[in-house]
Structures are given as C-alpha cells and as structure tokens.
Design a protein around this ligand. Structure first.
Ligand SMILES: [Zn+2]
Ligand SMILES: [Zn+2]
Length: 270
C-alpha cells in the first residue's frame, strides 16, 4: 500500500467521522431547541438516513479516482491554478482554489437544475416535504455518481493539491449540513453572514416548492455567485413551502423505494 493510499483511507475515515459528528449534533440541537419529538421527525430522518447506504460505496470508490487525478495533475503541474498570478504564495493558492472550487459547485448545481435528465435525479433532494439536517443526505445514488464525476472534472481542470480538497470538504460538510437545519438566523445576522455565505435562511428559499424560488440560491458555501449571476432571492419562513410542485404526494416522497424510482418516471415540468 502506498503512502498516498494510506493517507486517502485515513482521510476517508476522518471525513466520515466528522460528517457524522456534525450531523448528529445539529440533529440533536433541532430536537432539543424546537422540542420536536414528533414521530414524523423520526420517520422522516430514518428514510433519509437510508441514502447513506447508497451514497457511501459510490462516494468511497469515486474518491479514489479523484485522488488519482489529483496525483496526476500535481505530478505534471497541470491545472488552471498554475496560470493564476501569485499562485506560488500559499494564501493566494489556497484561497483562490477554495473560491474557484465553490464556483464549480455553483455551476454543477445550475446544470443539475437546467438539464431535464439530471434534474430528475436532483429533484429527489428537493422532493423532501420537510427540510432538516437529514435532508442533506437525501441524494439519489444517480446524483452521487454525477456529483463525483463532476468533482473529477473540476479537479482535473483546476489541479489542486490534496490538502485543498480536504480543506474544502471540511468546510463544505459543515456549511451544507448547517444550511439544511430548521433554524433560521435572525434577519440582521442573515443580512451580514448572507453577504458572503449560504445561510439556512437562503438555502430554505432554494427548497421552496415553486419556481422561481427553486431556481434561486444555488450557492454551495458562498452566496456571492448568486448575487453575481442574478440567482439570489430571499423569502420569509411563513411563505416557504418545502418540496417540488410536481412531486407533492407524501406517499411518493416518503418511502425509500418510491423515492429511488423518481428519476425513472415521466417528468412533467410545471
Ligand atoms: Zn437544487
Ligand atoms: Zn438542499
């Protein structure tokens, strides 16, 4: 076993443990602070948790490919990052790559919404009729595959070192899980933090069941892309209804095997 693969295996476990700690802590905060002990919350969580079993094998296998591409690009000094001025400076290098990778995630998210055959997979995430931290895991295995394939492409284009990918993954995990919590930031805090970052308030807008809100706030960690490309929107909690207008039946959205079938059914856009 090479040093690189040992490192990758070790990183997988660390990232997985980190993901589990964040999601369990925030889920417990949701239960504690909202006093939501309703059986519906537990049932909802248990359905979404099943997506771990479909995502994990795909994620683990494809992370190895991402790592192989990283090793190749590093070895050949390949990637757009090398054309960036001052990229020899560690701060410039890390911050620029973090921002560029976030832009890639924004582009990925827009593509998932705009191409019908990809939207059928991504809408599984949107079809959740209640949004809480467990919604973060609700991803069709088809989307897990496409997401990781895009990640391979971004790494190939940009050429980051493995440490940047790990840093990005660490921040992204926290940001994604936090964005799905049932909590909302106070309006003033949201105004300030939301200037740069995607907050729960902003991501909840993205989970509103009707257009144009479903096609707003695509940002992954940073909200600046939405402001820059005109996809930024705000919506009051009282006006937000979770789901997708084409898939509002609880039976179709609330059972694991029914959810898995969604991408293979006829899509009717509203
Ligand atoms: Zn989306
Ligand atoms: Zn979401």
């Amino acid at each position: 076993m090479t040093v690189q693969s040992t490192l990758s295996r070790y990183q997988d476990i660390v990232q997985l443990a980190y993901f589990a700690i964040i999601i369990i802590s925030l889920w417990m905060c949701e239960v504690f602070f909202t006093a939501d002990l309703a059986p519906a919350k537990f049932k909802h969580t248990s359905v979404n948790l099943l997506f771990i079993f479909t995502a994990l094998p795909i994620q683990l296998v494809m992370v190895s490919f991402v790592l192989m591409i990283t090793v190749w690009t590093n070895l050949h000094h390949w990637g757009l990052i090398h054309y960036l001025p001052y990229s020899k400076n560690a701060w410039v290098y890390y911050i620029s790559l973090f921002i560029l990778m976030d832009l890639c995630e924004y582009v990925y998210h827009v593509i998932m919404h705009k191409l019908d055959f990809l939207w059928k997979f991504h809408l599984v995430h949107h079809s959740d009729l209640r949004v809480d931290v467990s919604t973060t895991i609700r991803e069709h295995p088809g989307e897990t595959f496409v997401r990781m394939a895009f990640q391979m492409l971004w790494v190939f284009l940009l050429g980051p070192v493995a440490a940047v990918i790990v840093l990005r993954q660490t921040v992204q995990t926290f940001s994604n899980i936090a964005a799905h919590t049932t909590f909302r930031l106070p309006a003033r805090a949201n105004k300030i933090i939301g200037l740069i970052f995607i907050t729960p308030n902003l991501h909840q807008v993205h989970h509103h069941y009707q257009l144009p809100y479903t096609d707003r706030n695509y940002g992954d960690v940073l909200s600046v892309w939405d402001r820059l490309f005109g996809t930024y929107a705000e919506l009051e909690k009282k006006d937000t209804v979770y789901g997708v207008d084409t898939h509002m039946e609880p039976l179709r959205n609330g059972r694991f095997f029914n959810i898995l079938k969604i991408p293979f059914q006829k899509l009717v856009r509203k």
